[in-house]
Design a protein around this ligand. Structure first.
Ligand code: T5A
Length: 207
């Protein structure tokens, strides 16, 4: 059985990841690909509970280390129970955020040590890395504005603007480090243009 492909969708708040997830999933299904759609933090019962803890803005303040470890705890569950089984059954996995988000939010946003993140990545993931990462990039104000329009802000969305600037820069650094894997798409353009670009990026993987 040929192993499935692992595709991740990344970007700052409100850049359109969730909006484009179902578009990508339909596109892949129309090409006869068996695809599962999932998200991080989350994707399993336990990991979704961890997500609730992480996003709840009424919690006691969460230390940076606890936040980092909770992200990887959720990821460990997700990989073991969802991602790896699907890939080994030949299914494609389409995931809303993965470890690039940890480099961006905990590394960039929280200024945590990149070597620590790398160490945890190797510990929890072994050799597992996405085959393709679609990084939606837009000026911070655009995404925040879109997220605000949706109503109540979660614990991350309540951060200050310079936090999101650091997140954005850290994402762009990841894209520079891994140009083969991470494809950058400008997200401050009409949705139809974003989706045409997404198709351009997906096509080589389908062939
Ligand atoms: N996190 C996560 C970490 O800190 N570390 C980690 O390791 C991981 C995995 C998760 C939070 O956890 C953090 C990051 C996050 O803060 P989340 O729900 O995955 O939260 O992330 P959010 O960014 O909060 O997700 P959002 O739903 O807010 O953003 P999306 O999915 O990027 O945006 P979406 O699709 O909901 O779009 C927002 C609005 O914009 C419109 C849409 O219709 C929608 O109304 N829109 C457009 N409008 C005009 N033109 C376009 N091109 C548009 N595209 C979308």
């Amino acid at each position: 059985m040929t192993r499935g492909k692992f595709i991740t969708l990344e970007g700052g708040e409100g850049v359109g990841k969730t909006t484009n997830l179902s578009f990508i999933s339909s596109y892949l299904q129309n090409h006869g690909i068996d695809v599962i759609v999932t998200r991080e933090p989350g994707g399993t019962r336990l990991a979704e509970k961890i997500r609730e803890l992480l996003l709840d803005s009424n919690n006691e303040s969460i230390s940076e280390s606890a936040e980092l470890l909770l992200m990887f705890a959720a990821r460990a569950q997700h990989i073991k129970h969802v991602i790896e089984p699907a890939l080994s059954q030949g299914k494609w996995v389409l995931c809303d955020r993965f470890t690039d988000a940890t480099y961006a939010y905990q590394g960039g946003g929280r200024n945590m040590n990149i070597n620590t993140i790398e160490w945890l990545e190797n510990l929890i993931q072994g050799t597992l890395r996405p085959d393709l990462t679609l990084l939606l990039d837009a000026p911070v104000e655009v995404g925040i504005e879109r997220a605000r329009d949706r109503g109540q802000l979660d614990r991350f969305e309540s951060e200050k603007i310079d936090f999101f600037e650091r997140v954005r820069q850290a994402y762009l650094r990841q894209a520079e480090l891994y140009p083969e894997r991470i494809k950058l798409i400008k997200a401050d353009q009409p949705l139809s243009d974003v989706q045409n670009k997404l198709i351009d990026m997906l096509r080589p993987l389908i062939r």
